[in-house]
Design a binder for this molecule. Structure first.
Ligand code: RB5
Length: 142
């Protein structure tokens, strides 16, 4: 189950991602927001982060205008590793190396075509399980 969250700056891109998930029969839960009305991104970062650490969802996708604020907020929650990615290489590398559980993007930064390729890569790339990457992730958690 993929947890989705955005503020108003990410709302339109989130709708494009929802279309992609539905077309591909990928289960998701949308934690808001629900319109272009101005809202505060930490609220949605926290909802999605909590859904992951509580085990309700496996991974999350967070979108604000830049992806920056919402990724900073999500990374404050223990157990969350959120990566801001605006290219496919980073999306693949962060799953392989960092076992990230949240993908953050900026709705004012990337178009829907690239964003969907990034989402597809993030969702379908498994963690490498490499010993050196596990060691580094454990150091982050400590
Ligand atoms: C909202 O205008 C904007 O600040 C927010 O979406 C995000 O870009 C913050 O990092």
């Amino acid at each position: 189950m993929i947890a989705l969250g955005s503020d108003h700056g990410g709302y339109e891109l989130k709708k494009e991602i929802i279309n992609y998930l539905e077309e591909n029969n990928i289960a998701y839960k949308d934690f808001g927001c629900d319109s272009m009305e101005s809202v505060d991104y930490p609220v949605y970062a926290r909802r999605v982060a909590n859904a992951i650490v509580d085990g309700e969802c496996d991974k999350g996708i967070l979108i604000c205008g830049t992806g920056i604020g919402i990724s900073i907020a999500a990374n404050k929650v223990k157990g969350i590793r959120a990566a801001l990615c605006h290219d496919v290489f980073s999306a693949e590398a962060t799953r392989l190396h960092n076992d990230t559980n949240i993908l953050a993007m900026g709705g004012r930064v990337v178009g829907p075509g690239l964003a969907i390729k990034i989402v597809d890569t993030f969702i379908n790339t498994e963690f490498s399980n490499d010993e050196r990457h596990i060691r580094r992730i454990n150091q982050i958690e400590e």
